[in-house]
Design a protein around this ligand. Structure first.
Ligand code: CO
Ligand code: CO
Length: 298
């Protein structure tokens, strides 16, 4: 093979993952890693894997191979605990059909785990961020609130059953959701992660040159998210997310509800713009509009 592969979705696009053509194959490339968000090492590993694969699904790709990225305080934490992290990740990788084929570990006082992922795009064109148009329905495939719940959990204030449903949601692959949004004729797709629902919606609006209106009452929330946010368990990233969209935001809703909608998510669901009235099993949470760069929340 001569010359470097030319990206069809690269750094400029700021999409979920890069897409490069190599020979006959379109590869989807992404990486993600973070510090522990739950006490269970295997849950953390599983969530990190589902989260890393998510950007491939969000492009319409199929993750195929992955490499572990590990930072570990080897003098302070036993390697048996790291083995639990890797076991949790391997369970989710097996479910996704991904082969974890290597990786790298460094000594670090703060543990971090994630993966670099290589997938293929073989079911159709990439599901991009910048191809929405006015008049589409917006659907969301997972409930919002993992940032608030894990923040309350770290303070010892998240009820066990509520944490459990957040963990189950974060462990869930976006594979079925991605198949669904493609079948629904999605024009633009992204996954809701660190910038929160409002942040990722605004990114889609700006990239596509459209506006977005979100109907807050239709947005699915994890049980407890609203109450725990009212009690002040709001991560700093969530506060920054709301500040970052405020210039573009039109809303008369209470700040606490907006904070929940801006909550920084880990391994969140897909946000997809699909034709108005298309068949969908997921909640319709809003519409795209012809007001470029304007985010209305009603
Ligand atoms: Co993403
Ligand atoms: Co990412």
């Amino acid at each position: 093979m001569a010359g470097a592969a030319v990206p069809s979705v690269g750094l400029q696009a700021a999409d979920d993952a890069a897409v490069v053509q190599v020979g006959e194959t379109q590869l989807v490339l992404t990486t993600d890693f973070f510090t522990p968000i739950v006490d269970s090492a295997s849950d953390w590993g599983a969530i990190a894997a589902a989260n890393a694969f998510s950007d491939v699904y969000a492009m319409g790709g199929t993750p195929a191979f992955a490499l572990n990225l590990v930072a570990w305080p080897r003098d302070e934490l036993p390697t048996s605990l790291l083995a639990e992290v890797l076991l949790g990740a391997s369970e989710v990788a097996a479910e996704a059909g991904v082969a974890i084929v290597g990786g790298h570990t460094i000594d670090d006082p703060i543990p971090k785990y994630g993966l670099a992922v290589i997938g293929t795009l073989d079911t159709g064109p990439a599901l991009r961020l910048d191809s929405a148009e006015p008049g589409l329905d917006l659907i969301l495939t997972k409930p919002i609130g993992t940032g608030v719940l894990t923040t309350a959990h770290k303070a010892g204030e998240c009820p066990e059953d509520q944490l459990r449903s957040a963990v189950l949601s974060m462990r869930t692959l976006n594979r079925d959701a991605a198949n669904h949004v493609r079948t629904s004729g999605a024009r633009a797709v992204t996954d809701v992660t660190g910038f929160g629902l409002l942040g990722h919606a605004l990114r889609m609006a700006r990239a596509s040159g459209i506006g977005i209106r979100i109907d807050s009452a239709s947005v699915p929330l994890l049980a407890g998210a609203s109450d725990l946010a009212d009690r002040g368990f709001v991560p700093s990233g969530t506060v920054r997310n709301l500040e970052a969209v405020e210039q573009s935001l039109e809303s008369s809703l209470q700040r606490n509800l907006l904070l929940v909608l801006a909550d920084a998510q880990t391994s969140g669901g897909l946000l997809a713009a699909i034709p108005s009235g298309a068949d969908t099993v997921y909640p319709v949470i809003g519409q795209t509009t012809d007001r470029p760069g304007v985010l209305e929340v009603v």
